[in-house]
Ligand binder design. Structure first.
Ligand code: GUN
Length: 304
């Protein structure tokens, strides 16, 4: 039986550590602060941002939720970011993506002060990460490393194969794994004979955004599978493709009318040595690492 890597438990441990750091900073008169910017009313974004703000409150981090309308312009957003860059009680600026089409996302991410870039999306932080300098790293890939380390899964010398080359997950995950001395291969939609490469993986990271894309025959028996995907299934046909015969999922699907599946087919987990479930794997780490980055930014900005 494959070992389940419990993201909820690991995230809880990290949040407890962050809360202790926040208390220690309070003794020095410092309170880390996060500004969360939520544009318009995208349902998924609202859920994520609410959860981020609530976690700040739980850990003693100051938070400010800013909710511009969906009609906001790039200029108005740049003006907002400039004001957040200048506010001393704000250590981290999070602009929830995606933004409406009229907003120039790149221009906006470039405008965030690298010192307050707790998402690690600014090119300066991407460059620092690549150069092996201290940097605020993107939360989801940083969470992947925490899961592996805290589960005592060896990284050095292992072949880590990443499927997906996004700036938010795939590329930074490759850099972080490389810094831990993994041998790293990045695959993507144009990769030829993908299965031949994924079958070499000791650690397989799936971040493609396609439901159940990694199938059992693409996995080396005993490998560690890290599933970054979050795909919502709403039709019976989709549900049956992944979860036919799974009574627990069936009950949840009947109740909610949907369920989520990662980028790894559930049958592939049976081949693995260890894996992150969806939900309850990588997902909870993203918020925990955002909190850790906010405290780190607060300390770095004050030279602590
Ligand atoms: N949208 C989906 N994931 C993320 C994330 O990690 N950060 C931000 N800012 N937006 C997102």
């Amino acid at each position: 039986m494959a070992r389940i890597l419990d993201g909820v438990a690991i995230a809880t441990a990290i949040k407890q550590e962050v809360a202790r750091e926040v208390q220690a900073l309070a003794a020095q008169g410092v309170r880390p602060g996060l500004a969360a910017v939520l544009v318009g009313s995208v349902a998924a974004s609202e859920i994520y941002v609410r959860s981020k703000v609530q976690t700040c409150t739980e850990l003693g981090i100051y938070s400010d939720l800013i909710t511009p309308p969906a009609s906001v312009t790039t200029e108005e957003m740049l003006d907002l970011v400039a004001r957040l860059n200048a506010r001393d009680e704000i250590d981290g600026i999070l602009i929830q993506l995606p933004l409406p089409p009229q907003v120039d996302t790149k221009a906006l991410l470039d405008a965030v002060s690298p010192a307050k870039d707790v998402d690690g999306f600014h090119p300066v932080n991407a460059g620092r990460l690549q150069a092996g300098r201290p940097a605020l790293a993107p939360c989801t890939p940083a969470g992947v490393i925490e899961i592996l380390k805290r589960s005592d899964i060896p990284i050095a010398g292992q072949h880590a194969v990443i499927v997906g080359r996004s700036d938010i997950v795939g590329k930074p995950a490759a850099m972080l794994l490389l810094h831990q001395n993994a041998t790293v291969t990045i695959c993507h939609s144009k990769t030829r004979d993908l299965g031949a490469i994924t079958r070499q993986a000791d650690i397989l990271v799936a971040a493609i955004g396609r439901p159940g894309f990694i199938t059992p025959e693409m996995v080396k028996p005993g490998a560690t599978l890290i599933d970054v995907g979050i795909n919502r299934l709403t039709t019976r046909e989709e549900f049956d493709r992944f979860f036919a015969g799974d009574a627990k999922r069936e009950a949840a699907f009947a109740k909610r009318g949907s369920t989520i599946v990662g980028d790894i087919h559930p049958k592939a987990f049976e081949v693995a040595g260890a894996y992150t479930p969806v939900p309850g794997g990588v997902g909870p780490l993203t918020i925990a690492m955002l909190m850790a980055n906010t405290v780190r930014a607060a300390k770095m900005r004050r030279g602590i």
